[in-house]
Write a protein that binds this ligand. Structure first.
Ligand code: CP3
Length: 348
């Protein structure tokens, strides 16, 4: 049975010959081959804007580490960039927006809806190249498209950069919640169309990353994040029921009792025990995850973790992954070891 089918089947909770595996941030700086392509492109954003180069780095982890799915190479922050916010990546400091949102007037100046989503042609062109290439290879690897959750995108749009305290967006949350909701609504509308266009260009699966979910009080999480993610999922499901949807809200185990919505796979972060996740969500959703990414520094510790996760999930309704992105200083051979161990322990 070809792997593309395996990955899609696994997302829908069907029986598969082994549990498929991929890694968040699998295309990236731990691969010398990635660094070469990035150097040639000049910088990270140029690489995102160059469909041939972006497609090439998307393929790298398939050939080098042997994962069962490819994740489109781009970034969640291209959305606010194309909505009219000026994105740059400052060396050693991460992403920056020069003009963060502080008022309704700032939001009104942004480009919304189909006009913004249509500007992402370089992403759709990357997908078209990948679709063709993956089909030609005939190894039936699934292609995962993705977007950031409205909340996670809003944190960058409001703070202007990454943050430890989220104080600027929380000030807005508690003193001007209407403005925050207006921002979230505007981003949600663009994301629905953006993911739809990714599907039309050829992705097999979509994942929504809510990396900064844990910054919100659990009692407020539905209002400021989850409900918007579910709205996007409902929009996609209504039109493309054959496309699995993966939700990854990082670090909110206290919300698991309240999870609802029409999607297929729930991503578990590394700090949440898989037993707990299985008990709360395993009957409703396929679970993805969740090895602590730093275990990749040790092959032995990787094996211990993979075996433990396998013991809990037992090859049913599960996709192997890390519990967050792979770090740049992980040895490539350890990443390979993780992938082959997942495939070994789950083989039926
Ligand atoms: O997973 C993949 O291999 C696909 C590509 C991908 C990237 N970013 C490429 C990237 C994906 C899925 C993302 C998602 C993303 N981007 C998230 C959500 C996932 C997560 O990790 O929580 C977030 C929060 C971002 C925002 C972002 N992009 C940050 C904070 C940074 C800088 C931090 C860092 O790692 O340097 C980026 C840059 C970025 N996005 C890089 C890559 C490969 C590194 C750029 C480089 O120097 O080459």
């Amino acid at each position: 049975m070809p792997s593309r089918k395996i990955f899609v089947d696994a997302c829908f909770g069907k029986e598969t010959p082994y549990t498929p595996v991929w890694m968040m941030r699998q295309a990236g700086r731990y691969l010398p081959e990635y660094m070469k392509v990035r150097a040639k492109a000049g910088d990270f954003l140029n690489l995102c804007h160059d469909p041939k180069a972006a497609a090439a780095v998307t393929i790298q982890p398939l050939d080098i580490v042997g994962v069962d799915a490819a994740i489109l190479f781009t970034d969640i922050l291209v959305i606010p960039d194309e909505m009219g916010m000026d994105l740059s990546f400052v060396k050693g400091e991460g992403p920056k927006f020069s003009d963060p949102l502080t008022s309704q007037a700032d939001l009104d100046r942004l480009i919304g809806g189909d006009e913004a989503a249509s500007k992402l042609t370089y992403v759709f062109d990357t997908i078209k190249i990948l679709r063709k290439e993956l089909d030609e290879r005939g190894d039936n690897i699934a292609l995962i498209g993705f977007a950031g959750a409205p909340w996670t995108l809003a944190t960058y749009m409001i703070e202007g950069q990454g943050t430890k305290t989220y104080n600027i967006c929380k000030k807005m949350m508690y003193s001007n919640p209407e403005l925050l909701h207006n921002i979230l609504r505007e981003v949600t509308e663009v994301l629905k169309l953006y993911l739809e266009k990714q599907i039309q260009a050829g992705v097999d699966v979509v994942q929504i990353f809510d990396s900064w979910a844990a910054a919100i009080e659990v009692d407020n999480y539905d209002e400021f994040s989850w409900s918007y993610m579910v709205e996007i999922a409902e929009y996609i499901k209504a039109k493309y029921p054959h496309i699995p949807i993966i939700m990854f809200p990082k670090g909110i185990p206290a919300f698991y009792d309240k999870v609802y919505g029409n999607f297929d796979v729930f991503g578990i972060d590394w700090a949440t025990p898989m037993e707990y996740a299985k008990e709360k969500l395993g009957d409703k959703y396929v679970l993805q995850g969740n090895m602590e990414p730093c275990r990749l520094y040790s092959k032995e510790q990787t094996t211990v973790s993979v075996e433990k996760i396998q013991k809990v999930m037992n090859g049913k309704r599960h996709i192997f992954n890390l519990g967050h992105g792979i770090l740049p200083d992980i040895p490539v051979e350890n990443a390979k070891h993780f992938v082959s161990e997942c495939q070994r322990v789950s083989k039926k």
